[in-house]
Design a binder for this molecule. Sequence first.
Ligand code: FMN
Length: 366
Amino acid sequence: MSTDATGLFTTFDINGVTLGNRLAVAPMTRVSASDEGTATETMARYYERFARGGFGLLITEGIYTDRAFSQGYLHQPGITDEAQEQAWRPVVEAAHRHGAHIFAQLMHAGAISQGNRFRETSIGPSAVQPKGEQMEFYYGKGAYPAPEAMNEEQIADAIEGFAASAARAVAAGFDGIEIHGANGYLIDQFLTDYANRRRDRWGGDTRQRTTFVTAIVEAVRAKAGPGVPVGVRISQGKVNDYAHKWPGREQDAEVIFGTLAEAGISYLHVTEHRAWEPAFKGGPDSLVALARRYAPQVPLIANGGVQDRARAQEVLAAGADIVALGKAALANPDFPNRIQAAQELAGFDHAILGPIANIKPTELAA
Ligand SMILES: Cc1cc2nc3c(=O)[nH]c(=O)nc-3n(C[C@H](O)[C@H](O)[C@H](O)COP(=O)(O)O)c2cc1C
């Protein structure tokens, strides 16, 4: 744990990968891949700016994992065939050129898929219509249709998709794998009581609902090999249910974080709207503090609402090892260099993400 003024700029080791500092770029979907889901030169230039700007770790946007039901958005990148795998190489090389490490975030959209060139319909743990509305800045509109409940074969295929994609990510040169277990996507649907009504081994109480994510961790670990960090991202809130809180509160945190620690993950990535605030009404502890308590030996990345140096240090002091920045990184792709030089930071302008959230030429001009 680092509380000193220079803590942000100390190295940190995750499963043998030594990050240059404690500042990471949070995963952000920017729907800028080709029609075929290959990463583009624009994307390589976009990621390169964060590396040049001093971030020790870049976590990619959510990458889809199979050619069936995983894709969530039109122009989302995938890593499911040779062409998609190769297209990531320039992105990885751009990060490495400036001394940053880069982890691939693997994502299956499940019931909240709103654009998939391989399928017209969606699948989820149970046939429960998702809350919320599709995101227009990702080419969606209106309610989400109800998904089909996954059968055993579809569950096995989804797990295999994560494993095969992890192998491709390692082959493309990525330094680590982040399994997207947060924000309302398929893995989070399995974790969530109201989205997972299954009575088989994939559903039940909180512990039982972790079966899917731990099966994915195991499969990914087997394919990625022992030297590659394999982490999991976890949240309470969802893109389609922003204010969701775990009904079992701290007990759910204990089960979820404890089970992931037992499963042997290399790091945990927790995200909340404001990382430093109490996770539950009336309780004192942030999700960062709870992750530290219930997964004490596991390296911890924390994300949510951090906009400046003081807040980043506060989150480290609360127990995180790494702080990930989303909007503040979009506004300041050179955030680490700026705070080290005591330069002023720019505020985030939402216009960057409109009307579509794709990478804008103005971002690359800087
Ligand atoms: C444009 C945009 C795209 C995002 N895409 C992803 C994603 O692909 N995967 C993910 O885990 N989180 C995604 N997020 C969530 C961010 O990683 C982060 O949790 C959120 O922005 C809150 O952190 P911040 O306050 O530092 O921005 C996205 C956020 C934004 C603003």
